[in-house]
Ligand binder design. Sequence first.
Ligand SMILES: *Cc1c(COP(=O)(O)O)cnc(C)c1O
Length: 365
Amino acid sequence: MTSLDDLPLRDDLRGKSPYGAPQKVVPVALNVNENTHPIPEDVAHDIVARVAAAIIGLNRYPDREFTQLRTALAGYLGHGLVPEQLWAANGSNEVLQHILQAFGGPGRRALGFAPTYSMYGLLSGGTGTEWVTAERDADFELAPGTAVAAVERHDPDVVLLCAPNNPTGTPLSLDTIAAVADAARGVVVVDEAYFEFADPGTPSALTLLEGRPRLLVSRTMSKAFAFAGARVGYLAADPAVIDALRLVRLPYHLSALTQAAALGALAHADEMLAMVDEIRSQRERIVRELAALGYRPYRSGANFVLFGGVDDPHAVFEALLERGILIREIGLPGCLRVTAGTEAETTAFLEAMAAFAPARTAAGA
Ligand SMILES: *Cc1c(COP(=O)(O)O)cnc(C)c1O
């Protein structure tokens, strides 16, 4: 048997582990922040029809510039954006990879604020970019002064701001984003993967793009849009940034099938996003009920909740799994993360958590 050690692998990849959130088939999967509501059937039929039409033309390469899709994405985002400011790829992970290929790379440094999305470190590693992290304030918040001090200390080529932050759920203020954008010499990426779950009225970093050509805002169709399996992420930035990303993308990276499916989903954006309010109310229910049980849920602007106060997170993770409920261990002491699912899934999770609740132990003591 050949092992990795026998291969002439890049030295900087030796000893690393791939992304590996468990993919188990369970009745209640609340571990990777998917939208657990299925796609509405009429939308699915329209997407099937569009994909079917695209199949007839698969003898030809797809539109390399995915012009229709960029136009639809600009329309969806609003904020006066034009198609020349839009980019898309196979998931926002690929968008982030393009950014690191173009603006990071050997001899360059990317900065994030830990704990944050684990893919930032992996994508930095894969592109030969040095990955450094700075600390957050209490309760995983990130004040402008804290963020700017880290930028000044590390002088990064790329700053990755996750807003709201995964795995903590912490919303990020525009004040912090603007302060980082003004202090940084490199590009500043705001990853708004969960933006649609923010409380109504929360402003997007898109409002800061004007006059800031090194500010990039990425989004995804994987979460609120219930389209994780299709792999579509996108970005809004200055047209010059889009030109930079063209230098590193593979030709025809977005298949004709992906483009057709994404256009179908965007044509029904209202219906695709119809469950967002319901998911947000399940998130609030999780925060409320976990707190009542004596756990310590953190503030969340996403479709998931991080909570502390768990004596033995691994034991609770395993006990939930035995009941067919999959949540996430994220390596933070005393903490676990759960996705807000349907009402029934949330009920199953909360009922199971009541069985291990600290409040109950305290009351009985
Ligand atoms: C889920 C997630 C994404 C989305 O990744 P895709 O490649 O678009 O599926 C991006 N950023 C963060 C922080 C996420 O949690």
